[in-house]
Ligand binder design. Structure first.
Ligand SMILES: *[C@@H]1O[C@H](CO)[C@@H](O)[C@H](O)[C@H]1NC(C)=O
Ligand SMILES: *[C@@H]1O[C@H](CO)[C@@H](O)[C@H](O)[C@H]1NC(C)=O
Ligand SMILES: *[C@@H]1O[C@H](CO)[C@@H](O)[C@H](O)[C@H]1NC(C)=O
Ligand SMILES: *[C@@H]1O[C@H](CO)[C@@H](O)[C@H](O)[C@H]1NC(C)=O
Ligand SMILES: *[C@@H]1O[C@H](CO)[C@@H](O)[C@H](O)[C@H]1NC(C)=O
Ligand SMILES: *[C@@H]1O[C@H](CO)[C@@H](O)[C@H](O)[C@H]1NC(C)=O
Ligand SMILES: [Ca+2]
Length: 554
């Protein structure tokens, strides 16, 4: 007992010494042998610039096509530098913002110069990852030849469908954005997620002095975790409790909108516009994959980052439960309680159970008599993912799912609605778990079917959906017994069988099988005239019958 406790303690110490939340599970010894313990976990931070897809706009903003000369702000009269897209040594393509520089060789993307002044020199740099990421340290953009005097950093959390500003940068925030200048250190814990304009990274300090523009993540973390981030536990606890805090650091795309280049600390000098342009040598994005605390690994698979989901979750961000594990609603893992949080694992769905067409339970899931106390929430609400809502039924003292979707019904949405049957190849939590019976309206007794999808057929009908007729029956909006056929029910006197429905008789014969002659009782029924007379007689006869019937007393 004591030994096991010590081992457990050791394992836990090991877990926390490796870093926080970096283990999803570990094998621990108990009295009943070894069991897995599961923890909230997250991948380690990585330099995400390696995986970023970069795009610059507008087309033609990159210098060198055609080749052009440029000057520098420090020495505007030295204009011997050239950008030429067709020469490897003189080209400055966008990928030089994310390459790894060796031997101290600085490589950079560069734009065309501001020849078109006063038309603004605008450029967008869009960075995408096709993966939700969480910043773990400062974003740092390195500008050679001076930092922009006006610039915006935007982010998207939905793969570029919608964007929001992340931070504004200007040498004069009021002038550029009508915002008062702020610094992150001005922010209090309550407004740490405020979007600010800062003048800290836009002032001219001589390009050699400070080339970097930052989006401060550390400074924001330190509001909660202390100046040296020694108390990360407090930060992680805040991540759980403070609305919007985690999302603030989450993104799938970033965009730099460069609105005005460095001016060298003075106004634009129109006589030398070749010294104004943007040049970026590096963009650092330290972040981790967002896996909702359900993975400790994030791998590049087919060119895309992908969480290696644990806790029986799945999806790019482990944002759903695995098939067959949807007994409870999915939940992100939680940083609390520290130090190892709560894994909030997905639990296994119950054993399969179909619906019987003749079951006594004729009412749908909504048909129950719900009572006063109705509760939302996921606690005892097990609906195999077909509903998020449960209701407490007082007089039965049960909790039952409300509004089961996907054609399911029952207390746990575990049955198929009438008129549907259980899909044998789908788990209970699958959207396709119930298949429509699709019984033929004419051939079937009703629209329900048995557990294998067979409908109950009317007399003469057959097939799973009752869409066919048994031998001896013909189909005409349902199955009817044959009137005639080629074997037993033969048309007589030269009649022909029309689609098993009737005998088409020669003129002088009648009856279902043409078995009766039209002219009986010794009349002369030969020849065309006699047939005519015969027909007239018949007509008269029927007319007489009709008149008699009308006159007859009721
Ligand atoms: C940069 O992106 C913004 C937002 O989509 C757009 O309005 C603007 O026109 C773009 N600028 C350039 C130079 O492409
Ligand atoms: C984005 O990632 C998902 C999942 O990894 C993948 O299915 C999809 O094809 C990717 N899209 C692009 C444009 O790479
Ligand atoms: C944040 O809150 C602090 C004090 O609560 C206040 O002094 C500061 O101006 C606020 N910052 C912003 C950007 O609103
Ligand atoms: C996930 O499901 C498997 C069974 O397929 C089970 O062995 C494992 O313990 C489950 N993991 C968690 C974290 O519940
Ligand atoms: C049955 O379920 C499987 C698995 O989800 C699905 O691929 C299949 O299409 C379903 N069958 C029908 C008829 O819906
Ligand atoms: C459903 O009905 C068909 C045809 O009557 C029968 O073969 C099958 O065994 C039935 N399936 C079940 C589960 O009752
Ligand atoms: Ca570079």
């Amino acid at each position: 007992m004591l030994l096991q406790a010590v081992i457990l303690l050791l394992l836990r110490c090991l877990a926390s010494s490796l870093g926080q939340y970096d283990l999803c599970k570990s094998l621990v010894s108990t009295d009943d042998g070894s069991v897995w313990e599961h923890y909230a976990c997250q991948p380690s931070p990585a330099p995400m610039k390696e995986h970023m897809r970069i795009k610059v706009d507008p087309p033609g903003i990159t210098c060198g096509n055609p080749p052009e000369r440029f000057c520098t702000l420090e020495n505007p009269y030295l204009c011997s530098d050239e950008c030429d897209a067709s020469s490897p040594d003189l080209a400055h393509p966008p990928q030089l913002m994310q390459d790894s520089e060796r031997n101290g060789m600085i490589t950079y993307w560069q734009t065309v110069t501001w020849r078109r002044h006063p038309e603004p020199l605008l450029a967008n740099i869009s960075m995408s990852w096709n993966k939700s990421l969480e910043l773990t340290d400062d974003i740092q953009i390195t500008f050679e030849y001076g930092r922009p005097t006006i610039m915006v950093l935007d982010k998207s959390m939905d793969h570029g469908r919608s964007w929001q500003p992340y931070q504004f940068y200007a040498d004069d925030c009021l002038d550029a954005f009508n915002m008062p200048p702020k610094r992150v250190r001005d922010l209090s814990p309550a407004n740490i997620t405020r979007v600010i304009c800062t003048e800290q990274y836009s002032r001219w300090v001589g390009s050699k002095n400070d080339k970097n523009v930052k989006f401060e993540v550390r400074a924001r973390f330190s509001v909660f975790a202390g100046p040296r981030l020694q108390n990360m536990e407090n930060l992680y606890t805040r991540m759980e409790s403070m609305k919007g805090l985690r999302d603030f650091f989450t993104f799938t795309n970033l965009r730099l909108r460069l609105l005005r280049p460095a001016l060298g600390g003075t106004y634009v000098q129109r006589e030398n516009l070749l010294k104004y342009f943007y040049a970026i040598s590096n963009i650092e994005v330290p972040a981790r994959c967002k896996c909702n605390l359900h993975a400790s690994q994030c791998l590049l698979i087919d060119g895309n980052l992908q969480c290696q989901c644990e806790h029986n979750t799945t999806g790019q961000d482990c944002q759903r439960c695995r098939k067959g594990f949807k007994a409870r609603s999915w939940k992100a893992g939680s940083y609390v309680p520290p130090p190892r949080g709560s894994p909030n694992t997905c639990t296994i769905a119950g054993s399969p159970s179909g619906s019987s067409p003749h079951s006594a339970e004729e009412h749908g899931a909504d048909g129950h008599r719900a009572t006063a106390s109705s509760q939302d929430g996921e606690e005892d609400c097990e609906c195999y993912g077909h509903s998020n809502r449960c209701s407490y039924i007082d007089y039965l003292n049960i909790v039952t799912c409300v509004s089961c979707k996907h054609n399911t019904r029952g207390q746990n949405c575990q049955h198929c609605r009438l008129g549907y049957f259980r899909n044998a190849s789908a788990e209970l939590d699958d959207e396709n778990v119930c298949i429509e019976c699709n019984c033929n309206q004419m051939g079937a007794v009703h629209d329900r079917c048995n557990d294998t999808g067979f409908c109950q057929c009317k007399e003469g009908a057959t097939g799973a959906k009752c869409e066919d007729c048994l031998p001896g029956y013909y189909w005409k909006q349902g199955c009817y017994p044959n009137v005639c056929d080629e074997e037993m029910l033969l048309c007589q006197n030269g009649g022909t069988c029309f689609q098993n429905q009737k005998c088409v008789c020669p003129p002088e014969f009648k009856g279902v099988l043409c078995q009766h002659s039209r002219c009986e009782a010794g009349k002369d029924c030969n020849g065309a005239s006699s047939q005519h007379i015969c027909t007239v007689t018949l007509l008269l006869c029927s007319l007489l019958t009709h008149v008699l019937a009308t006159l007859a007393p009721h």
